[in-house]
Design a protein around this ligand. Structure first.
Ligand code: SF4
Length: 455
């Protein structure tokens, strides 16, 4: 746990199909990794092959509602999260009897819904709740077995494999306290620290990083715009009606400026979140479940505050720093710490984004991020029916509003007199998450997920 942060900005902000980075993008990436491992095998082609995938913990409890089975098949077929056809992905495995051919060594392995096993509550001895086990076998022999852990935000670990070491960044830090000291010592702004580290970690030039940031901002804004045009029911048995477009229309009729402002911000955040629930492509920020918060605030600052592309880039770099520290010292996975790690961290990132983009000093950036997360501590993850819809979509809107409020509160405060530091609130989030009963950690076995019987 002593290593410094070597996460890339583009590990945090990546595009992929909704509705969940840990349950959709992560499993798709695990399936792609297993596919690569299979290619290196050359078994006797006389024997018919069978491929089975076993899902444990939260992936087993809420995997169907999160489209985990579809994402796994997509990955086994070689589809990538960044480029796959999201509508085609949604259609996979709709017919439980349909057979798909997984390409393998110039042949094919037949695969259907019966090859994906939801193992229920048998994850007790596993190191991570979100575990996937892939097994390739002939009738009598196991040829290849791999265990992967989807640890949130689309990140994947493989049992027994050590993660490739990355270059050491020039500004090594593990938490906000150390980052603050670096800023003081070097005299460099936060954005330069994050940029220089990114260059060292990934080898990318500054121009390439800027292009990447613009792409991410563009993808978030496109997601909001697409969601604002869509209406009708979201997929799944709940029958939830999209609300973003109606909110936007209502905002035009509102006479009170405050009401109009809130309606617009809610509409932006819900538009992106509804796209996520519909399985469309979103940007993880830090996860897909919370992929409405940052786009909501970014779209607001771009279109209502008319911020320049450079100001938006600066804001994204501050938000990345918040996500790095939260991931390094706690978690960004609902299955590990509840929704405080997803919408809570997203809101904290958005508060930092807004404060820094509007040229707030570092201490206020930290305070805004702390305030946003502080008031979402203890927030559970209890998606109704295992679908990323209730409470997730409205929660993204509330997270965006909280971010703006945190910015306002931080702006009014004296940074030197802030009593709780960002590091303390992150530590508290981790402790709270560890104490949280597993029923409230993306298993759909507690909270709203079981109370809301009419859904
Ligand atoms: S409740 Fe929060 S953490 Fe859980 S699925 Fe919904 S958005 Fe993700």
């Amino acid at each position: 746990m002593d290593t410094c942060i070597t996460t890339s900005i583009f590990d945090i902000f990546k595009t992929g199909p909704g509705p969940s980075s840990s349950h959709t993008i992560g499993p798709m990436r695990a399936a792609l990794l297993f596919r690569d491992a299979m290619v290196r095998l050359s078994p006797d082609r006389q024997d018919p092959l069978e491929l089975n995938v076993h899902l444990f913990g939260s992936l087993s409890h809420t995997g169907k509602g999160h489209g985990t089975h579809k994402a796994i098949l997509g990955g086994l077929l070689g589809w990538e999260p960044e480029t796959c056809d999201c509508d085609l992905l949604c259609q996979l495995l709709e017919d439980p009897e349909q057979l798909y051919d997984i390409p393998f060594n110039h042949g094919q392995i037949p695969f259907s819904a019966r090859h994906i096993h939801f193992e229920g509550n048998s994850a007790q001895d596993l190191p991570f709740s979100n575990t996937l086990r892939f097994k390739l076998s002939t009738r009598n022999k196991l040829l290849l077995e791999k265990e992967y852990y989807s640890i949130g935000g689309g990140f994947i670990l493989c049992k027994g494999e050590i993660e490739k070491e990355r270059n050491t960044p020039p500004h090594a830090y593990r938490n906000m306290n150390q980052l603050r000291k670096i800023i003081r010592k070097t005299g460099l702004p936060l954005s330069q620290i994050i940029l220089q580290n990114e260059q060292a970690i990934t080898g990318a030039a500054q121009d390439q990083i800027h292009e990447g940031l613009d792409r991410i901002i563009g993808a978030m804004c496109a997601c909001v715009e697409k969601g604002l045009l869509a209406d009708g029911l979201l997929p799944g048995p709940i029958g939830l009606l999209r609300k973003a477009k109606v909110l936007m229309t209502n905002s035009h009729k509102m006479k009170q400026e405050t009401g109009r402002f809130l309606a617009i911000l809610n509409a932006y955040a819900m538009a992106a979140s509804e796209e996520n629930a519909a399985g469309q492509r979103v940007v993880t920020a830090p996860t897909s479940g919370s992929a409405g918060v940052m786009p909501g605030v970014i779209y607001l600052l771009k279109h209502q505050y008319h911020l320049s592309p450079e100001q938006l880039r600066q804001g994204i770099l501050a938000a990345a720093a918040i996500a790095f520290i939260a991931k390094r010292n706690a978690s960004i996975s609902g299955a590990e710490v509840g929704c405080q790690g997803e919408v809570g961290v997203a809101s904290s990132m958005a508060a930092a984004f807004m404060t820094y983009a509007l040229e707030g000093p570092m201490k206020k950036v930290e305070n805004a991020a702390e305030i946003a997360l502080e008031h979402q501590l203890g927030m559970t993850c209890d998606p109704v029916g295992g679908y990323v819809q209730i409470p997730c979509i409205e929660r993204n809107a509330v997270g965006a509003v909280t971010a703006v409020n945190a910015y306002i509160l931080a702006e009014a405060g004296d940074p030197a007199r802030q009593k709780v530091s960002f590091d303390e609130v992150v530590e508290t989030m981790m402790e709270t998450g560890q104490d949280m009963c597993s029923r409230y950690k993306e298993t759909a076995r507690g909270g709203l997920a079981v109370c809301c019987v009419s859904c």
